[in-house]
Design a protein around this ligand. Structure first.
Ligand code: PHE
Length: 340
């Protein structure tokens, strides 16, 4: 058998489809192929030439193995030796790339921000770990006053003066301390309350706080602004109602409900069978709070409001359980792709 000829054949073998690869395997790799014959031929070689012959066929065998690896790779990436794709159908549609999407809470937050930006509100933020002053005292929660218990608080163990903020109202104080009125600002952010986790409440959630301070701001302005927001957010036929309520930092205070109807099971569940759902707290900024921030209540007045972003998203997207927001189940999250 001519070793030179075999070597040449291995070298010049062109890759092609799987059949061509199999043909190579049977001929040069399999024990029944060419090498089987070459090895069994050793016994016919004169003793003095045996060593050289053996070395030659070993070199050849390695070359065949290397070439085989090369051919396997070529077949699997569909390329010929010349680098052209042989088995690829370029007319097939592409498989697409999963680009991900915004989280539904962030979509709701973005909508809220945009609605208020349209009427001149800017954005502000504050820290999630707050001092007692910003979270309570400056907001007119007297020390040891039972109003502090309205919000179950996480305290920082090492420093009793520090809390995880229970609401974004703390940002009102930070803005008023550092800005001269007129002020129109929206402060979205994460807040914490020491509450049991259920379908309707969580210990970590998002709020968006609004604050408007200027000369001659009245309750009428608050009401119209809230109505504008509800219509922009939920559609122009949305109805709202304001119920008297209590917050230490606003006077008078109200809670706002939107009417959602009682058509579906989800409606019934989240509105507790009334059709109305509370979405925010609001009121006229208490003069004590203005004074705490060195704003003269005789000159300025204003309103504030705070809403739970989860609540808004539950309502808008008909989601039955607040826990879905934090479970990171992509089957849930992917449903919001079109809302980017
Ligand atoms: N901070 C209040 C809460 O978390 C909401 C609120 C904000 C009420 C601003 C009135 C004014 O419940």
């Amino acid at each position: 058998m001519d070793l030179e000829k075999i070597h040449k054949e291995i070298e010049e073998w062109h890759s092609g489809d799987k059949d061509k690869l199999e043909e190579f395997r049977l001929k040069f790799i399999s024990r029944k192929g060419v090498f089987g014959d070459l090895f069994s031929n050793i016994k016919n070689i004169p003793n003095e030439a045996k060593k050289e012959y053996g070395q030659k066929i070993n070199v050849l065998k390695n070359a065949a193995q290397e070439k085989f690896q090369f051919l396997i790779e070529k077949v699997s990436d569909g390329k010929s030796d010349a680098g052209e794709y042989k088995d690829t159908d370029f007319t097939l549609p592409g498989s697409g790339t999963d680009i991900g999407n915004r989280h539904p809470l962030k979509i709701a937050q973005k909508d809220i921000v945009e609605i208020f930006q349209k009427i001149g509100f800017d954005l502000s933020e504050g820290p999630e770990i707050e001092t007692d002053w910003y979270n309570f005292t400056a907001l007119n929660f007297p020390e040891n006053h039972p109003a502090r218990e309205m919000q179950d608080t996480f305290f920082v163990e090492k420093d009793p003066d520090m809390v995880l903020r229970t609401h974004t109202s703390s940002v009102q104080i930070r803005v008023m301390e550092s800005t001269k009125p007129p002020i129109r600002t929206l402060s979205p952010g994460r807040v914490y309350r020491n509450e049991a986790i259920s379908a309707r409440s969580h210990c970590v959630f998002y709020q968006a706080e609004g604050l408007y301070i200027d000369k001659n701001v009245s309750f009428k302005d608050l009401k119209q602004t809230m109505l504008y927001f509800a219509k922009e957010m939920f559609g122009k036929n949305t109805k709202i109602r304001l119920r008297p309520s209590y917050f230490p930092f606003t006077e008078p205070s109200a809670e706002m409900d939107v009417y959602w109807g009682l058509e579906t099971e989800v409606d019934k569940k989240i509105t507790k069978g009334t059709g109305w759902l509370e979405i925010l707290g609001c009121g006229m900024v208490d003069p004590n709070v203005l004074e705490n921030c060195n704003i003269d209540p005789k000159e300025y007045s204003g309103f504030a409001f705070g809403m739970g972003i989860e609540r808004i998203a539950l309502l808008k997207y008909q989601i039955p359980d607040i826990r879905l927001f934090t479970e990171n189940d992509t089957r849930f999250l992917k449903q919001f792709k079109s809302l980017i």
